[in-house]
Design a protein around this ligand. Structure first.
Ligand SMILES: [Zn+2]
Ligand SMILES: [Zn+2]
Length: 283
């Protein structure tokens, strides 16, 4: 079932395939009229996205971001909608996160060289292109260099959590990121919560930090999963939101922009909340 809204998408400014303009054109063609761009740890695609969205007077474009955080044994992603993306301090913090990611990837490449599995750092960077550089790019470089036969071997043998070339990421607590988004007038939402253990404990903590929503309508979530998550969202007075998390890279779980059963009502609640907080894009 198609929705009028898609609150979770990625462009080539993080790990998506399409430019912000191509992405917005595609979403519009699919009938999306309320849309957020939520690239990983970057707002750099937003100027292009605003320019592209301005060509469609009946499209509400929401400036957004998705930030990765850590809990023991898992990653927790937090979305921020209606962020004041021009805030200098916020932009500096995102830049620091991206630089720390670069340093980490570089260290893994150095470790691989020491293990006798060299890959070129320049090549890893070019594989990442505009995207946030990470282990998938290193895995591809390892495969192209003939050190491994399959993508998964990279993780099993070298750069998985227990691998000899693994380097820890800079750890960020989810509550810290919820506060960081709220500090720039953004509306924080917990992304794709299905696989999270201890969801309720996490939610009470994040709710206290300023969380307003949780993704409930997402990619391949079944009707039962949607209903279960919707009940959890209701219990915590969180807006049940969602999105396709479209990257344009294909794969069995990929949905086209807007191809999620997100109803209008929670989207209207998000827009009303943004209006209340004086967000310039919430009209
Ligand atoms: Zn995510
Ligand atoms: Zn995402």
């Amino acid at each position: 079932m198609a929705s009028r809204a898609d609150l979770h998408t990625h462009s080539s400014f993080s790990d998506g395939l399409l430019s912000p303009t191509e992405l917005i054109d595609l979403a519009y063609r699919h009938g999306v009229r309320v849309m957020a761009l939520t690239d990983h740890d970057t707002i750099e695609g937003l100027p292009d996205a605003f320019a592209a969205a301005a060509r469609y007077p009946d499209l509400t474009f929401i400036p957004g971001v998705e930030i990765s955080t850590d809990v023991p044994g898992n990653e927790v992603h937090v979305l921020g909608h209606f962020i004041d993306w021009q805030d200098r301090k916020f932009q500096r913090r995102l830049l620091q996160m991206r630089q720390s990611r670069q340093r980490r990837a570089r260290k893994m490449v150095d470790k691989l060289a020491a293990l006798g599995k060299p890959v070129s750092w320049k090549h890893v960077q070019s594989l990442a292109s505009d995207a946030a550089i990470g282990r998938p790019h290193i895995a591809r470089a390892l495969m192209e260099a003939g050190h491994i036969a399959t993508f998964d071997e990279a993780f099993d043998l070298y750069i998985g959590r227990k691998g000899p070339a693994y380097v820890e990421r800079e750890r960020l607590a989810p509550a810290e990121v919820v506060e960081m988004i709220a500090a720039v007038n953004g509306l924080p939402t917990l992304a794709h919560p299905r696989e999270l253990d201890g969801l309720e404990g996490l939610l009470s903590q994040l709710k206290a930090a300023g969380l307003v929503g949780m993704e409930v309508y997402y990619q391949d979530y079944s009707q039962e999963e949607v209903e279960r998550l919707r009940a959890v969202a209701d219990r915590f007075a969180l807006i049940p939101l969602g999105g396709s998390d479209y990257h344009g890279l294909g794969g069995p779980r990929e949905r086209e922009p807007g191809d999620i059963p997100l109803p209008d009502e929670p989207v209207e609640r998000l827009l009303a909340l943004a209006r209340e907080r004086g967000s310039p894009q919430a009209v």
